[in-house]
Design a protein. Structure first.
Length: 131
């Protein structure tokens, strides 16, 4: 339902347009591009979502942690732009309650977050390069 909203569709169109522009530049310089759908710190654990609701007054859907709406939007945009995409939200969701994946002060990955990112992304990048 939310994925079909005018706002989401406008965002999808903009992301697709941006990815098409990036692909055109990459093609002009004969370089490979892969889209990475990176989960934001606030959207990967129940604790973080609840914090955002209570302290930041964010209105977040109840099913946020059990859906793949953002990944599906980025996947659709990447497909329309004819670019490969690497998704790792599921791996981060599975690890978020037991591992500190992000620094507390900002949204950057911790050493653990970087290691998980590398573990998930490296095989996908290798496969894309060998394709």
């Amino acid at each position: 339902q939310q994925q079909n909203s005018k706002e989401v569709q406008a965002g999808l169109a903009q992301i697709t347009s941006d990815l098409q522009e990036i692909k055109a530049v990459a093609d002009a310089y004969n370089v490979e591009v892969m889209v990475l759908s990176m989960p934001a710190k606030l959207y990967i654990s129940e604790q973080k979502v609840e914090y955002a609701r209570r302290h930041l007054a964010m209105q977040l859907p109840a099913d946020l942690l059990s859906t793949n709406v953002s990944d599906s939007i980025y996947s659709q945009a990447a497909q329309e732009a004819d670019l490969p995409i690497c998704l790792f939200t599921t791996a981060f969701l599975q690890a978020a309650d037991t591992l500190e994946l992000y620094h507390s002060i900002d949204g950057h990955f911790t050493t653990t977050g970087n290691a998980l990112f590398a573990t998930v992304v490296s095989p996908q990048i290798e496969a894309a390069l060998l394709d």
